[in-house]
Design a protein around this ligand. Structure first.
Ligand code: SF4
Ligand code: F3S
Ligand code: FES
Length: 248
């Protein structure tokens, strides 16, 4: 069954832009990215859109559809009414390059700021042993496809450009939590999580978790346990004594 959908797509660049209206054909089983591709093929050949796999696995096609951060390739047209106007805009938290493409390099910067996995020096690769429960915890976090929808959604940076310097965002706080909870990681990441990566900015609103296309429990399984570990450290009497003796 074919029909014509009303699309409103943001077009512009770093200088500014506007929403433009288009009427585009929709066929049964199609997703928003199919319609954007048809629009590009038939009416707006210079429309910039980033995509790769069309299977929800590369994390490239992130955008905001009717204001909700989503992967365009995983958003079925059947979730919208045929008369509905479907608005597609670029992710708001990152600077626009052109049309639906944003500059997500903020995320790469934050990724580089996290010290990598630090196994015990005496262990050779192949000698690592850990319990299945620890493997499963890491595996959940490793489902991340780096779509940055969580980074785009978190109000700490979405509405406050100034916070970008001090806040790593949910995806990278989750990475720190993954390493901190890893039984073979010998680094203590708690102080840095709070002081350098802005864990304290997170007030567990869970918006990041709601938009994650991989359904990772970012808040419950990474951010809250990390906050608990930081609090433990703060109220650990030995740490308190050490810190206060050191200060004298
Ligand atoms: Fe995307 Fe989820 Fe990874 Fe965030 S944690 S970047 S929402 S896959
Ligand atoms: Fe932001 Fe997620 Fe915390 S949306 S405030 S990082 S729970
Ligand atoms: Fe790869 Fe959408 S095109 S996740």
């Amino acid at each position: 069954m074919t029909y014509k959908a009303n699309f409103r797509v943001w077009r512009g660049d770093v200088e500014g832009g506007e929403l433009r209206d288009f009427t585009v054909e929709v066929n049964e089983g199609e997703v928003v990215l199919d319609i954007i591709h048809r629009l590009q093929a038939t009416q707006a050949s210079d429309l910039a859109v980033r995509w790769n796999c069309k299977a929800g696995k590369c994390g490239s096609c992130s955008a905001e559809v009717n204001g909700r951060p989503r992967l365009m390739c995983m958003t079925r047209m059947s979730v919208f009414g045929e008369d509905e106007v479907i608005t597609v805009t670029p992710m708001r938290t990152f600077p626009v390059i052109r049309d639906l493409v944003t500059d997500v390099s903020f995320n790469y910067t934050k990724a580089r700021e996290i010290p990598s996995f630090a196994p015990p020096p005496e262990l050779e690769p192949g000698e690592y042993r850990m319990q299945q429960v620890d493997v499963e915890r890491s595996q959940e976090f490793r489902k991340c496809i780096e779509c940055y929808l969580c980074q785009n959604t978190c109000h700490v940076v979405r509405d406050h450009e100034d916070n970008k310097e001090q806040f790593a965002g949910p995806r990278y706080l989750m990475r720190i939590a993954e390493l901190e909870m890893h039984p073979l990681d010998v680094a203590d990441r708690r102080e840095a999580a709070q002081a350098e990566h802005g864990l304290g900015f997170c007030n567990i609103t869970k918006c990041c978790t709601e938009v994650c296309p991989e359904h990772i429990h970012i808040t419950d399984n990474a951010l809250i346990p990390m906050k608990e570990r930081v609090a433990d450290r703060k109220y650990d009497p030995l740490v308190w004594l050490g810190t206060n003796l050191f200060r004298r």
